[in-house]
Design a protein around this ligand. Structure first.
Ligand code: IMP
Ligand code: MG
Length: 181
């Protein structure tokens, strides 16, 4: 296993991630049997999860990507989002599943869901991780992989300052790394 000095401990190992993705995929396969869905990965963090999830789906999938940034610069996103990369498929009347790495305040996702619903889509959210203790927005999340405590995690798509996204496991970053600034 790739161990990195800045990681305090492994929170979720590769096997647990893989099993969790399998459970989520099975639920989606059941719920969307004979339907076609637009799977929308939220970049950059959701890319790794989405790429594992999509290969376990046995339904008709159109793949989309969306990248947004929140205007606020603090730890908690502010609500207003800026679209950096938008979806291309016409979403009117479509079933959309949003694949997200982690839901923290829920503010970002709430905005994305509202935007897609305005475009006429039926939207559900599938997140690998959730930090319920930090939730501020009451976004409806149909599929949640693992609920985690309020700790800053990296790996499997998730970053700190654009680093650590490529780790195959999910680790807790040493507090001194992110409380420096
Ligand atoms: P929210 O709008 O506060 O829910 O922010 C969600 C986004 O913040 C996620 O998609 C992640 O990109 C990022 N995020 C939240 N918590 C963490 C974490 O512990 N590690 C890495 N990124 C995180
Ligand atoms: Mg993200």
């Amino acid at each position: 296993m790739i161990m990195i000095e800045e990681i305090e401990r492994v929170l979720i190992d590769e096997k647990t991630i893989s099993d969790t993705v399998g459970v989520l995929a099975e639920r989606i396969n059941n719920d969307y049997k004979n339907k076609s869905v637009v799977l929308t990965a939220i970049l950059k963090g959701g890319a790794v999860f989405a790429s594992d999830l999509m290969r376990r789906l046995q339904i008709d999938v159109t793949l989309e990507f969306m990248q947004v940034s929140s205007y606020g610069s603090g730890c908690v996103s502010q609500g207003d989002i800026k679209i950096i990369k938008d979806t291309e498929t016409d979403l009117r009347g479509r079933d959309v599943i949003i694949a997200e790495d982690i839901i923290d305040s829920g503010n970002t996702l709430k905005e994305i869901v509202a935007l897609m619903e305005k475009r006429g889509a039926r939207v559900e959210v599938c997140t690998l991780l959730s930090k319920p203790a930090r939730r501020l927005s009451d976004v409806r999340v149909k599929y949640t992989g693992i609920e985690i405590p309020d700790e800053f995690v990296v790996g499997y798509g998730m970053d700190y300052d654009e680093r650590f996204r490529t780790l195959p496991y999910i680790g807790v970053l040493k507090r001194e790394i992110y409380s420096r600034n």
